[in-house]
Design a protein around this ligand. Sequence first.
Ligand SMILES: Nc1ncnc2c1ncn2[C@@H]1O[C@H](COP(=O)(O)OP(=O)(O)OP(=O)(O)O)[C@@H](O)[C@H]1O
Ligand SMILES: [Mg+2]
Length: 336
Amino acid sequence: MQDAVNQEIRLAKFAQVFVGANQLIFGLERVLVIWIGANLALQSVFSVGMLIAYLAYKDQFALRMAGLVDRAIEFRLLRLHGERLADIVQSEPESSNPGGLGRPDSLRGIEIRNVSYRYSEGEPWIVNDCSFTIKHGDSVAIVGESGCGKTTLVKLILGLLKPDKGSLLIGGIDTSQLATNDLRAMIGAVMQDDQLFAGSIAENISFFDSDLDFDRVQRVAELAAIHLDISAMPMGYQTLIGDMGSSLSGGQKQRIVLARALYRNPLVLVLDEATSHLDVMKERLVSDAIKSLPITRIIIAHRPETIASADRVLVMEQGRIVHEFGAQVQLETASP
Ligand SMILES: Nc1ncnc2c1ncn2[C@@H]1O[C@H](COP(=O)(O)OP(=O)(O)OP(=O)(O)O)[C@@H](O)[C@H]1O
Ligand SMILES: [Mg+2]
């Protein structure tokens, strides 16, 4: 703190010296220019009219030069913005795997076989020899202490990360053989740090679908228990929300992101702490609505109430599933 304050004081002193020097230089320059002009006028080289014109031109010249310097600085900033954009523009697009094996049969569920993953070589394995299966239509909760690798496991299932060892089968087909589009179309996900985009609520729910199906938007909003909140807003589904969904509460944001995942009619729904900001009543509403859907659900949660909505509970520890509970026992035992 002391260092920071000292540096701030130094900076303020420096800025003051800079402003002082700046004013001194420009003041002296003005004195010098007038002195030269006045001398020339006294020596009758200049007429008085010419002196006035000379000073006016000098002022204009100084103003334009200052403008030029400002533009030069703006150009430099433009390069900086360009470099930031380049990060996005030049990043390699996801290879759209043609997937010779056809569409997966969702009725065969998800199978994870001895999957291991680490973020880079030399780092510890985050998912370590992990195996389990999820039948179609199952509702499975994955629990475990913070940092044990739940989100990483979900990213592997979503195909956002590729396993280093082992294989992941969705609908009986290895994900490495699946067409990326087919995989994306099958799975809807709400991740821990999902964001909303600048646009209306309806656009956010439909994910900027070019032919927006408004009935479906409303239906999924009802499922996600956000319909009443949206209807209460003056502009309803056309309410504009900012880059970060700034005009919404954390729980409203979460429910809109959930509606967005449901809009795509997924066969598998992955919820990574998707209802952590909701109160217990709202969460039960959402849980019951999701329960009624004939899809496979993978729920990651810390709250006992959320976990209780699943049929099976898998306990993750150090990158693998070490335990499994049935539907009933969990409430007393599984409070991580
Ligand atoms: N992009 C990344 N690069 C390197 N390491 C990462 C990355 N993302 C996560 N990790 C590490 O992987 C481990 C597991 O992270 P993960 O996000 O899977 O945990 P989690 O079980 O979802 O935790 P939480 O319950 O807090 O969400 C952590 O130790 C984390 O530091
Ligand atoms: Mg996580």
